[in-house]
Design a protein around this ligand. Structure first.
Ligand SMILES: [Ca+2]
Ligand SMILES: [Ca+2]
Ligand SMILES: [Ca+2]
Length: 171
């Protein structure tokens, strides 16, 4: 048995007991698969995925805003030490990565996507902000502009929640 597998099985026990209170069962097979995906993504090898590492992981979406939402939902703050000084770092733990299927269990609603994409919090999506909600590739850029123009019914060069298809603004 390879050491990595032994480690995975040991972590599997931790995950199961940590989640027992939530009555969720994580199968050993799932623990092994997602531990491997996590370790591949953790290029710094510190046991935590930062945003850049998560962006290149299995849990990342082709839509940048969804990757951001998943990261924000899973990332926590940790105390660490650098050259003898305590620092605070943020990232995703292995347990949370496994439990959420690498983040893919987090599928945001249209409203969550709209408000996460609205970087300057003005209640509207500019073309640039709208791009983050779309699948990223060179060939889709033109179609993103087309989709933006189609949604922008009043031609004010921004997408309102209503134009985005969200009935009313929460809160
Ligand atoms: Ca890392
Ligand atoms: Ca905005
Ligand atoms: Ca508009």
């Amino acid at each position: 048995m390879k050491p990595t597998l032994l480690l995975s099985l040991a972590l599997g026990l931790t995950v199961s007991s940590a989640l027992a209170g939530e009555s969720r069962k994580v199968s050993p097979a799932k623990v092994v698969v997602f531990t491997n995906l996590f370790n591949e993504a953790d290029t710094s090898g510190n046991g935590i995925l930062n945003f850049e590492e998560f962006s290149n992981s299995y849990g990342a979406s082709e839509r940048p805003v969804i990757t951001e939402i998943r990261y924000d939902a899973l990332a926590r703050f940790f105390k660490s030490e650098e050259r003898g000084f305590p620092i605070e770092i943020r990232g995703i733990r292995l347990e949370d990565f496994i439990e959420s299927n690498g983040g893919r269990r987090i599928n945001p609603s249209k409203a969550q996507i709209f408000f996460a994409a609205d970087d300057n919090d003005n209640g509207f999506l500019s073309l640039e902000e709208f791009f983050a909600t779309r699948i990223q590739s060179a060939s889709t850029e033109a179609s993103a502009v087309k989709a933006f123009d189609k949604l922008d019914k009043n031609n004010d060069n921004q997408i309102s929640p209503q134009e985005f298809g969200i009935g009313s603004i929460p809160g």
